[in-house]
Design a protein. Sequence first.
Length: 314
Amino acid sequence: MTPASEPARILDGAALAQRIRAGVGDGCRRLRERRGVVPGLTVVLVGEDAASQIYVRNKEKAARAAGMESHVVRLPTATSERELLGLVGELNADPAVHGILVQLPLPEGIDSQRVIEALDPDKDVDGFHPLNAGRLFAGLPGLLPCTPAGILRLLEHHEIPLAGKRAVVLGRSNIVGKPLALLLLRRNCTVTICHSRTTNLAEIAASADVLVAAIGRPGLVTGEMIKPGAAVVDVGIHRVSEESECRRLYGDDPERLAAVRERGGTLVGDVHPLEARRRAGWLSPVPGGVGPLTIALLLENTLAAAERAATSVH
Ligand code: GUN
């Protein structure tokens, strides 16, 4: 382990994502040459959520760049659940669509779970359908949720020891915390999930060899919550627009302060960046850590779904 006096080494998600995307590009080319199939991804965006618009545009661009057929269906906020379920049914039946992603959150009045359950599990490139969640639970092959799968790849790529180690996951969402805990368990970690009702969260976090923060609170994980030398993965992404908050997180960093003053904000994760850099052995940056991997794994899932459809007998 890295002595605590050295600054944490970077878990470089952006670089790994680039390699994965290049591999997906090769896979798309092979599938086209051998089977005449171009993987198709359709992303469904309902409403005007500003962050979702950016995420969806990035997913569309990344899929195109890998050589996929990529479409975004944009629907108004007033779309009914019935209409959305109808669209999902059409996409399920369309053989040119291998992957379907319904961007979350959905507007009020639409039951996300019903929409997820309406997806063909073989096209569920988010890995959110209960059949895929159940496969993960049972240790069976299936489409894995992109962010947790990306985090595992990041830890493995940097050869972070997992077997027998203590992993603590902060957050219990269906998208990140719960599936990630199962993936770490599969790698023989001793896993603890903490959440908003956990007592002595700081103490549990500080026992972790691998600490993953996916709790949705800017800079929550401070230095004393990190075991010296631990690998820390930061899943959070928040905009900091207050100068005092920026100083709490980044000290007198002139670039960060300039970003707040001149561009209205800077980004931070769930981990206190300055304190973590001093204490952790490894740290994923925000941005450039987990975010790019989520998209890379989405592309891998879409390619896998297309390969499966091309080779299975119907
Ligand atoms: N919203 C935030 N993250 C995700 C994700 O991974 N998938 C979908 N569908 N929506 C999201």
